[in-house]
Design a protein around this ligand. Structure first.
Ligand SMILES: C[S@@+](CC[C@H](N)C(=O)[O-])C[C@H]1O[C@@H](n2cnc3c(N)ncnc32)[C@H](O)[C@@H]1O
Length: 208
């Protein structure tokens, strides 16, 4: 990407996590309505920025739990004055399962979610049946759910949890490059693992 512009006020790019029991209306966060897409675990915001820059008609929300990366992403969106993006610091699983209205999502992006490799930590993985059930209710008919991982065993879990569902239609595996836009350079984790020569596993689904 070209040299990034100077920092500006960041507050308008941040969205507070909703209070207990509240259901958000994502369109309240933007200056004008449009298709709404969510990225979970946006890290340093590379995909979020690229997707938003190349698709000004789309409204994007990036969710990031780690404060350091959350702040980095907010500052980055503000430097670019990317007005179709908002960023929230919260636990995305709770947000998805409790705080969104049905059929609000035009696309969900989850790239390199934490694999929690130890067996006793597998229950912390995001892609599980209860999470998929909640996502399914949020996706509009025809909406896309795109995932990518470098972790073979987590890819197997994604396959097991998502590929047998009656409400999702698997699409030809799509690389992020196909959706991110022409200036796409890869997510931080993608770049790191590609350098190591690790295979990357892609999944693309359409909500029936
Ligand atoms: C392995 S990193 C991948 C970051 C980025 N997507 C990439 O490909 O470079 C996973 C990111 O998800 C965030 N994360 C993990 N669990 C989360 C959750 N429940 N809610 C929000 N963010 C989460 C982590 O803080 C981390 O930044």
């Amino acid at each position: 990407m070209p040299h990034e512009p100077k920092p500006v006020i960041t507050k308008e790019y941040e969205v507070e996590q909703p209070e207990e029991g509240a259901i958000s209306n994502p369109m309240d966060w933007y200056d004008s309505p449009g298709p709404w897409e969510l990225e979970i675990g946006c890290g340093k915001g590379s995909f979020l920025l690229s997707r938003a820059k190349n698709n000004p008609h789309i409204r994007m929300l990036g969710i990031e739990w780690a404060n350091k990366y959350y702040r980095f992403t907010v500052d980055r969106m503000a430097r670019w004055q990317q007005t179709n993006v908002r960023v929230m610091r919260t636990d995305a699983k709770i947000f998805v399962m409790r705080h969104l209205p049905p059929q609000c999502l035009d696309a969900l992006h989850i790239y390199h979610p934490d694999p929690w490799p130890k067996k006793r930590h597998h229950k912390r993985r995001l892609i599980q049946k209860d999470f998929a059930d909640a996502v399914s209710k949020l996706l509009k008919p025809g909406a896309a759910w795109l995932l990518q991982t470098d972790h073979r065993e987590y890819a197997d879990q994604m396959q097991e949890v998502l590929c047998q569902r009656d409400d999702l239609e698997q699409q030809p595996a799509q690389s992020i490059a196909d959706v991110a836009g022409p200036d796409w350079e890869g997510t931080n984790f993608q770049i790191k693992y590609e350098v190591e020569g690790r295979p990357i596993y892609h999944f693309a689904f359409k909500r029936k």
